[in-house]
Ligand binder design. Structure first.
Ligand code: NSP
Length: 214
């Protein structure tokens, strides 16, 4: 039987593949990414993180069983530690000022993503939240694995290596497996609204990468 994750992903495979193989990810892995582009990307991504915390918090509230809530709660701890350290180290390295982080002009994709996340939180529906989380996390795991040839070809610059590291370490791989299993457990493969939400999240992920160069 085709799973909800497979159905959702194949319905938006063109934009999905474009995001995975995006110039930004390729340049980051090959250490050819202009730091100015990474800097701009990270300032926007910091704003994105705000919505991501809310989404994860709502996932804890909406999950249908304690076992799932515990795993989701553990991930909140991870992003508040390892991923947060990466951001803070980069903001120091790139001399990003508090003023730049406090309400920067949002790119169109940051606005689109924030709206989608807020709308998804408002549905209070675990399957919807999982669809959006699955895109955010499994798309990142996929580029981090594929473009590094499963970790055989890694960037050397700390700003690039650190971003790859948080998206392909063992704990992250297990987290993505959990999200996909959860989506397949509670999501209906014939739910068109669910795959439309998944596709919208994929669209904004692709635009988010494009906006880093605009
Ligand atoms: C836009 C975006 N999408 C996904 C991720 C990975 N959590 C991220 N950091 N930023």
């Amino acid at each position: 039987m085709t799973t909800a994750y497979e159905t959702c992903k194949s319905a938006c495979s063109e934009e999905w593949d474009a995001a995975v193989n995006h110039r930004f990810n390729r340049e980051l892995v090959s250490d050819t990414l202009d730091d100015k582009v990474l800097r701009k990307y990270l300032i926007q991504d910091w704003q994105y993180t705000d919505g991501f915390y809310s989404l994860l918090g709502q996932a804890v509230a909406s999950a249908d069983r304690l076992e799932s809530k515990i795993r989701l709660g553990r991930q909140l701890g991870f992003i508040a530690n390892d991923e947060d350290s990466y951001f803070r180290d980069r903001f120091r390295q790139f001399k990003v000022t508090p003023a730049e982080l406090d309400r920067p002009t949002l790119t169109p994709s940051s606005v689109g993503m924030a709206r989608l996340y807020a709308d998804t939180v408002d549905t209070r529906r675990y399957a919807n939240i999982l669809a959006v989380l699955c895109v955010a996390e499994s798309l990142y795991l996929e580029w981090a694995q594929r473009l590094t040839d499963q970790g055989r070809v890694l960037p050397r610059k700390e700003q690039n290596l650190g971003w790859v590291r948080v998206h392909r370490e063992a704990g992250f791989i297990e987290w993505v497996d959990f999200l996909i299993d959860e989506l397949n457990r509670v999501g209906d493969p014939d739910d068109h609204a669910l795959s439309a939400r998944f596709a919208k999240a994929t669209h904004w992920e692709l635009e988010f990468l494009n906006d880093a160069y605009r």
